[in-house]
Structure formats: structure tokens, C-alpha cells
Design a protein around this ligand. Structure first.
Ligand code: ACM
Length: 753
């Protein structure tokens, strides 16, 4: 049904719009995104349904007249393309229809021989239709295909986050970020405004938040795991005035993007404590943090602190009209509360069991306050600890478990699991990548992400509102680096949240068009599509195989020891450097070299228990016997295998008896990322697989660098089995990053000679 008729768009060569008549026979077939062989005309995220008959529209020029009724973003898009693909006209005789029978974000875009018709469920949906049309013209050009697109998102919450505390970005830069989001139909901007390293929102009642909390004395240079820590000696900071914030919120509204401010509590509060030390448990003095991580000093849950936070929230609520206020809740160490007699008194007086229930007490009080103002809280998944506040929406970041638990409790959930959604992770394993926090989250991995966990029972799936990409900026010093880290993967994320997951190769076709466009605009978008990603198969008792699954019809040159071969799959036989590159015409490829060092275990069969974590699976168990050595600096990627809080059993098996003289293992150490060396390693050997003899127990494993090796030498003849037990470090001690969690264990090559 029509509920409104807005005469604000005119398409030249277009007959009068007389209502949309759906004629199914006009179109040959309907295609769902998941297996559509076409390139969707360059639209990202790919539309939900497309009906085509293969014909071309005669339209060569689209003429559009402006109207105040369009969203600011739709008007901006039209303006940007004026004179390039469009001609401006003053006459207006074609309509865009608002049809409330369509969903709020649903639109129909119909391109016929001489007319274009748009129907949208709301002004937002009309913006999406215009975005799709502009993308089609911009990234695919004329002639337009005869097509009927009916499009709507899979998820109502499609978010991008930006941390402006670790590094600060100007309002103009944040606006660029919002424009990019709008172009890919994201609808929620999570603005992370307060942190240990800086408080970035003006609060008029507390001027020291501006004078003190907004600035740190200096900043850590290099990676947190590089010791000793070095600092740049330069004061750093800034904040947004309330006037700027209002302007930004209104800019976002013009793009149909809701802004969700995050005010972190009770942890990540060191900057606020530096300004107002009476809000901490020890009374200070405190300093705005100059390095990254989690800090022991947090808000003390006194009435004085709550009065401060209520005041802050009053000002925040007056600036941000959207229903959600994010209150953080993550990574709050309990040690300062354990030591504080005031906290112990609060625990006792309120019948709380421990400091975890004190955290829940804290969040529930804040939730009650925010609810009393007609708003709702979002918190990171730690807000489940000690009991979830009644109206809370949970942002699941430490994996999906928190989200699953919250959904089963009937709470809404936004999925942001680190290994898919953290765009501060590396997007390539290439050593030339700019410094990042760690991990490895490739474009392809993001593309294949499914926000609803498979283990979640059907009645609770409705609670998964959607997902969000998070851009933490410890290692992102300027906006060009935000573009590099967040934009390419943002395109993949937009499809994961909007469209049923489809074919990655097909996506790369669309991606490259968009990539070219942003490059010509001077945007520092990353392109890892042409990067060669070797798949290495090992540990099967056969030669190590290396293969390349390319998103285009290309072959790879393999060059080694004066030989060369073209193909997509190769056995690695000869010791030494093996070089792989795409044929010269592609030009944009990064080649890959591997140093292959075969040893006895590269021809063994491997099994292990448990399997590596799905967050750090390398290329399966064979990764640690493939003759390739994992990076000295990065634990993500294809070589290192990660195990979360578990001991590890490895079994190597040879077809024929072998004479063995040494067994070496390598481990990664990055205590800032919760990765610890093992407490001990036990090595056993057997000739028959039944009777095993312990060869060595190695404990006291230490290292001053990021890796440690355990080397044992022995004379072992006629051996067909080696068993290795690696004992996990155990609980991370208090005072360290990740205290109270079980340590991760990372293993790479097990070299047997
Ligand atoms: C988080 O990444 N600490 C939510």
C-alpha cells in the first residue's frame, strides 16, 4: 500500500510513475544471492533477490532533481555523481514510493527499458535503493541491465565500532568513516569514547576530564610484547566538544546511522581516575595510561562514584538520542576491590558472594539508572559474570559463548567475536604488513562469518540482532591506517550482515571494482585479494603438498633451486627456498617464499588431542610438521597452532622404523596477549605403539624473546612412534594481562632428526 508519495526524484527517459506493477513473467528467473553466478552489478552488500532477463535498459543518462525529503546521504551521493553519470534537471515527474508493506529497510529497485522505479519501506530504505543504484552505475557503468531488485537485510544491527581513545581522530575523519559505513548499509556506529589512555567526550560538570583525562604524557612505541617498553616522550590527546558531538550525531542521522556512545566502567577507567582520584579505591595518584592493556585500578563502586557516573550519563544521554548507551563492563580486574575495605563492606552489606557479584551490582545499578531515563544498556560479555542486569543487551567479543548464554537467558545479543570481527588483527600473514595487535582475520574469513552460532537453539536465534566489526586503535595511529585495517574487511562484513553468505570468488569480483574506486579517491583501502595464500598439507605420512586456491583463473609459478614449474599444486621435496608468484600480467600480487627444511617428522603421520582452537587452527595439526618455521614475531597465521587453556598430546607415527637423534619443539610467548610458555614437556618413544619409554621431562622453560625452543638429544634406534605431552602454563597470575584466565599455548614446528 502506498502511504506516502514523494515526488523528489526524476529519472530522464522515464515515463510517469503510475505505481509499481509486478509482472513476474517479465523476468526470466529469480536468483538468491547464495549461488548467483552473476556479479550483482557491482552492488555491495549483494542484494537479497535479483530478477533478470539478460536484457539491457536503454537508459543512458539518469536525471535527478533534489529534494529535502531525501536523506542527507542520498542527496550527497546524487550530488557526487552529478555531471559524471547524471545530468541535473529541474523538472520532476517521477516518483519514489514509500510503501509501508515493505520492511523498514526493504526496497525495490526496478530498472526497465526506459524507466527506473524505486519503492522503499521508509526513507532509510530509499537511501539504500539509491545507494545500490549509484553503486551499479559507478562500479559497473552503462548500459544498465533490465533488473528487478528486492532487497532487505538479514540482520537489523549492522555495526562498526571505532576506538578514538588509544588514538584520536578528528570529527572530519569520523564523518568519513560514517560515509563509508552508509555506502555499505551499516546502521550502527559504536563510538568508544573513554579509556585508560584518554577520555574523549566533553563533560561540562567535570572539567578535569577535559584538562587531565583527555591527555597522556607519552605513548608506547612498537608492540606491547617488545620489551623493554619504549615511549615517544610526546604528550598526546584531545576530546570532542559537545557541540562537535551533536554535529556528528546529526551527520550520522542524515545517513540513517544510530550512534551508540561507550562510556567504559568499571574497568578501563584510568584516565577518569587520573582526573578524579577519589573515584578509585586507593585514592591515587593515578596517571592516564601511556601503554596498552588492562589496568588494576578501576572505578570504586562507592556512592560518590555512582553520583559521578550518573552526572556523566545525564550529559551523555542528552547528546545521544538513540536508545542504547554502551557501558563497557569488559576486562575489569578485581584486585583493587579485593584489597579495598570499602568494597568488602559493600559486598557484605549487599549480601554479595564475591567481587564478581560486586561487578554485577555495579552494572545493575547503572542499568537501573539508564533504564529510568528511558534508555537501554549494552555491555561486553563480562557483564554476564555475577548475574546479568535485567534489560541488558550483550556484545559477545570473547568468542560466541557469552552471546549464546545471554540469548538463552532471553537477552538480545550483538555478535563481535574477536577472531572474525576484530579489524585490529592482521589481515595477512605477510611479514611486510604494518604492525598490528596480533591474530589473523583475513578478508575471506570475515566474508564467511555467520553471526548466529550453529549451536544456538532455534527459539533463541531471534535474540541475535546482528554483528559488528571492532576497530581498536592501539596500533592504528592515524586515519589512513583506519582505512587500511577497516575498509576492505568492512565490505566483507557488510555482506555477512546483509546477505545470505555466498561465493567468495564472486564477492572478490565485486570487491575489486569497489577497491579500484576507493583507490582513485585516494583512500588507503587494503587489497589482499591477489595475495597468494598457500594451503599446506602435511602430517599425513606423504610428501608436504602446497597448493593455491585463487579467486581467479590463474596459475602460479613455482621457482626453486634453479627449477621452475607452473601450476596450482606442488609437492615440496627439495630443501631450501621455494618461491611462488602469479604470472607477471597481474602485477598486484605479493609473491610468497617459504624456506623448506625437511626432517623426519615431515614424513610422519601426526595426530593430536585436543585439536587446535578454531581461533588459531593454523592449517591443521600438520602445520607443526610441515618443514616450515612460524614467524618469530607473529603467532597468528598458518604455522602456529593455538590451544586455549589446555594441555596438548601429540603423536607422531612413521611407516618404517627410524633412527632418531634429536627432538625440538618451539613455543610462542606473548604474555600481553595471554600466551605463555608451557610449564613442562614430556617426550616418549616407542617401537611398536604399545610400550612407550619416557625419554625426557623438560621443565623450567623460559625465554627472553617471543619464542622458546625445547631441544632434546638422545640415541633412539628403530623408533616408529614419538609421543609428546605439552603441559599448559595454567592460570594467568594476578597483576598480568588476562589474570584469572587460563593461558594460551602456541606451538610450531616439532623437528625430529
Ligand atoms: C574488548 O575488546 N576488550 C571488548
Amino acid at each position: 500500500m502506498r502511504t506516502g508519495l514523494y515526488p523528489f526524484l526524476t529519472f530522464a527517459n522515464i515515463s510517469f510513475f503510475c505505481g509499481f506493477i509486478f509482472i513476474p513473467t517479465l523476468f526470466g528467473f529469480v536468483e538468491k544471492t547464495s549461488n548467483n553466478p552473476h556479479n550483482f552489478f557491482g552492488i555491495i552488500p549483494a542484494p537479497a533477490e535479483i530478477k533478470i532477463d539478460g536484457g539491457k535498459s536503454q537508459i543512458e543518462t539518469i536525471t535527478i532533481s533534489h529534494s529535502d525529503e531525501l536523506s542527507a546521504f542520498a542527496s550527497q551521493l546524487i550530488k557526487e555523481t552529478e555531471g559524471f553519470l547524471y545530468k541535473k534537471s529541474v523538472s520532476s515527474n517521477t516518483d519514489i514510493l514509500i510503501d509501508t508493506l515493505l520492511g523498514n529497510e526493504e526496497y525495490i529497485l526496478n530498472i526497465e527499458a526506459t524507466s527506473i522505479i524505486i519503492k522503499g519501506g521508509s526513507k532509510t530504505a530509499v537511501q539504500y535503493a539509491i545507494t545500490s543504484l549509484v553503486q551499479m552505475v559507478r562500479h559497473n557503468g552503462f548500459p544498465l541491465p533490465l533488473v528487478s531488485i528486492q532487497d532487505y537485510p538479514c540482520f537489523v544491527y549492522r555495526g562498526k565500532h571505532l576506538d578514538v581513545c588509544r588514538h584520536f581522530f578528528s570529527i572530519e575523519e569520523v564523518k568519513k568513516y560514517l560515509d563509508f559505513m552508509a555506502y555499505y548499509k551499516f546502521n550502527h556506529f559504536h563510538w568508544h569514547l573513554t579509556e585508560d589512555q584518554g577520555w574523549r567526550i566533553e563533560i561540562k560538570k567535570y572539567p578535569k576530564l577535559q584538562d587531565v583525562a583527555a591527555y597522556r604524557n607519552e605513548t608506547l612505541i612498537g608492540h606491547y610484547n617488545d620489551t623493554p617498553h619504549k615511549f615517544d616522550g610526546k604528550r598526546y590527546g584531545g576530546y570532542y566538544t559537545q557541540k562537535e558531538i551533536k554535529d556528528l550525531v546529526s551527520f550520522a542521522e542524515g545517513r540513517n546511522i544510530h550512534v551508540i556512545p561507550e562510556i567504559e566502567m568499571p574497568g578501563h577507567a584510568l584516565a577518569a581516575l587520573a582526573a578524579y582520584p577519589e573515584l578509585g579505591c586507593s585514592g591515587g595518584p593515578y596517571k592516564v595510561a601511556t601503554k596498552w592493556g588492562v589496568f588494576e585500578e578501576v572505578f570504586c563502586p562507592t556512592e560518590n562514584t555512582f553520583a559521578f557516573l550518573y552526572d556523566v550519563l545525564d550529559e551523555v544521554i542528552s547528546l545521544f538520542p538513540y536508545k542504547y548507551i554502551h557501558i563497557g563492563g569488559d576486562e575489569c580486574p578485581k584486585s583493587s576491590w579485593q584489597k579495598s575495605s570499602v568494597c568488602q563492606k559493600i559486598i557484605k552489606e549487599n549480601g554479595l558472594k564475591d567481587e564478581y557479584e560486586l561487578q554485577s551490582y555495579f552494572i545493575k545499578k547503572i542499568e537501573k539508572y539508564i533504564t529510568s531515563k528511558g534508555r537501554q544498556i549494552i555491555g561486553w560479555d563480562e557483564i554476564l559474570e555475577g548475574g546479568l542486569a535485567p534489560g541488558a543487551t550483550v556484545m559477545s567479543w570473547r568468542g560466541t559463548e557469552g552471546g549464546i548464554e545471554a540469548a538463552r537467558l532471553g537477552h538480545d545479543v550483538i555478535m563481535t567475536p574477536g577472531s572474525f570481527c576484530y579489524f585490529d588483527h592482521y589481515q595477512s600473514t605477510n611479514d611486510k604488513e604494518p604492525l598490528a595487535i596480533g591474530g589473523y582475520t583475513s578478508l575471506e574469513k570475515v566474508y564467511h562469518w555467520k553471526p548466529i552460532p550453529e549451536t544456538l537453539e532455534p527459539p533463541y536465534k531471534k535474540h541475535i540482532l546482528g554483528g559488528q566489526a571492532n576497530v581498536w586503535t592501539e596500533y592504528i595511529q592515524d586515519f589512513r591506517q583506519v582505512e587500511y585495517m577497516a575498509y576492505a574487511r568492512g565490505l566483507a562484513m557488510s555482506e555477512a550482515l546483509w546477505t545470505t553468505p555466498g561465493d567468495y570468488k564472486e564477492f572478490t569480483g565485486r570487491f575489486l571494482k569497489h577497491n579500484d574506486y576507493w583507490k582513485t579517491k585516494g583512500v588507503n583501502i587494503a587489497n589482499h585479494v591477489f595475495e597468494l595464500k598457500p594451503k599446506i598439507m602435511a602430517g599425513k605420512g606423504k610428501p608436504v603438498k602446497i597448493s593455491f586456491d585463487l579467486p581467479m583463473e590463474k596459475q602460479v609459478w613455482h621457482e626453486w633451486s634453479g627449477n621452475s614449474k607452473l601450476g596450482n599444486e606442488f609437492d615440496l621435496i627439495d630443501k631450501g627456498l621455494h618461491h611462488f608468484s602469479l604470472d607477471a600480467t597481474t602485477g598486484t600480487s605479493r609473491s610468497v617464499s617459504v624456506m623448506f627444511n625437511p626432517h623426519l617428522a615431515t614424513k610422519a603421520k601426526i595426530s593430536m588431542s585436543p585439536s587446535p582452537s578454531e581461533k588459531y587452527p593454523g592449517q591443521g595439526p600438520g602445520s607443526i610438521v610441515n618443514g616450515l618455521t612460524g614467524s618469530e614475531n607473529k603467532y597468528g597465521g598458518t604455522e602456529w597452532l593455538g590451544f586455549e587453556g589446555k594441555d596438548l598430546d601429540i603423536l607422531l607415527e612413521w611407516k618404517n622404523p627410524e633412527d632418531i637423534r634429536s627432538v625440538n619443539l618451539r613455543f610462542f610467548k606473548a604474555e600481553g596477549q595471554w600466551i605463555y610458555l608451557p610449564s613442562s614437556v614430556e617426550i616418549y618413544a616407542s617401537a611398536n605403539g604399545k610400550v612407550f619409554e619416557q625419554i625426557r621431562l623438560v621443565d623450567n622453560i623460559t625465554s627472553t624473546s617471543k619464542t622458546a625452543e625445547v631441544k632434546i638429544q638422545a640415541v633412539l634406534n628403530g623408533i616408529r612412534f614419538i609421543k609428546i605431552r605439552v603441559n599448559n602454563f595454567g592460570m594467568i597470575p594476578s597483576g598480568a594481562q588476562g589474570a584469572g584466565h587460563k593461558a594460551w599455548l602456541f606451538v610450531d614446528e616439532v623437528v625430529v632428526d
